[in-house]
Design a protein around this ligand. Structure first.
Ligand code: SAM
Length: 347
């Protein structure tokens, strides 16, 4: 397997065959070698720095019914909330004081937040914090809406493709949601000029190694600036309540593969990874990730943004989360930095 890893590290290209071979032969030696190479590439581009993003989960209302998600429309047990514009701006103020220079506005697909309302919120953040990046993660909207958000001052957009295999996509989502539409949104976002993040859950119900190979092939083709990749974790009020979570081993293996495929990509070590393993976020960084996204949402609503069970950090103040992550990163020889951390193309 080493020659395949060497080739990937040198060319940053992967055939489907190589991809599958690596995924099928994940023994200890292969894993150690892959991660060593991924960390070397990560250090070449980012040194030992870790970028930090302040996550504001501003609404858990959602019109969609993704079968795996705890805030899906038909989960009548979810306690719904939405933050006001003032609350969102308070999160930014708090975050700015703590050194955050990227704000990530994430929410369910909530019709309350019309394009006009979003544009107004983006404008205000842009005016108040001209030196900060604004990242949106609001799901699927029309191209014109994305354009208006971009024109209002948003810089980045996160929209995971979830799985690049149409049949698998159809097994995880109701009929009105399609992979085709998702890809259409992703290409529109890129054309408009957003730094775009896509990605997928690891270990989602029914996922095979062939599906994962397809995900990496799509990422290679799409060339996103960010990749969001974390384990699937069951939620008690979904039909997948009894399924197993994705594993740290496979998730970190894939993080390392993505780092070698896209050497300068912005790659978070996710909260979901920290949820399935107390050292998950550290292990993600040690596999080549270079971003962490502590929560900036008011503690009073945190536990209600429950995409999956046992989510960590739902009781901690933003300052605590930030300090905790800083210590965690320092404990493994990395440094949390306050730069905006934009994507820098390879020249
Ligand atoms: N509505 C936006 C969207 O669809 O992109 C943003 C919110 S959505 C809840 C954010 C991400 O949460 C999804 O892309 C999905 O990958 C992840 N997610 C949802 N349910 C999950 C679960 N049970 N385990 C792990 N991740 C989950």
């Amino acid at each position: 397997m080493k020659h395949r890893i060497d080739q990937l590290a040198e060319t940053h290209r992967l055939t489907r065959e190589d991809c599958l071979a690596l995924l099928r032969h994940r023994d200890e030696d292969t894993t150690a070698y892959l991660k060593e190479k991924a960390v070397a590439v990560r250090k070449q581009y980012f040194g030992n720095t870790v970028y930090v993003r302040g996550l504001i989960e501003f609404s858990n209302y959602c019109k969609n019914d993704c079968y795996y998600c705890g805030i899906r429309r038909s989960n009548a047990k979810a306690v719904r909330y939405r933050l006001t514009k003032e609350q969102i701006l308070e999160c930014c103020e708090l975050g700015y004081g703590l050194g955050f220079r990227t704000f990530v506005l994430q929410g369910g697909e909530d019709g309350f937040f019309t394009d006009d309302k979003m544009v107004n919120i983006i404008h205000e953040i842009r005016e108040g914090y001209p030196d900060c990046a604004i990242t949106l993660s609001l799901g699927e909207r029309e191209r014109d809406s994305y354009q208006r958000f971009f024109d209002a001052g948003a810089n980045r957009y996160l929209l995971r493709h979830e799985t690049a295999t149409p049949t698998h996509y159809a097994s995880l989502h109701p009929k009105n949601l399609t992979l085709e539409k998702r890809k259409e949104c992703l290409y529109a976002l890129k054309e408009i000029g957003f730094q775009v993040g896509t990605g997928f859950m690891v270990g989602s119900p029914g996922q095979t190694l062939e599906h994962l190979a397809e995900d990496l092939m799509f990422i290679q083709q799409f060339q996103p600036q960010m990749v969001g990749l974390g384990p699937f974790i069951p939620h008690q009020d979904t039909k997948y309540a009894q399924e197993s979570s994705g594993t740290v081993e496979l998730t970190t293996f894939l993080l390392a593969m993505v780092r070698l495929l896209l050497p300068n990509v912005l790659l978070p070590s996710t909260t979901a990874l920290g949820t399935i393993d107390p050292m998950g976020r550290e292990r993600g960084i040690e596999a080549g990730a270079n971003v962490v996204m502590p929560n900036l949402s008011p503690v009073s609503v945190r536990k209600n943004y429950a995409l999956y069970d046992n989510k960590i950090c739902t009781g901690d103040e933003a300052a605590e989360c930030r300090m905790c992550l800083q210590h965690r990163m320092e404990s493994i020889g990395y440094e949390l930095v306050t730069q905006r951390g934009d994507f820098v193309p390879i020249t």
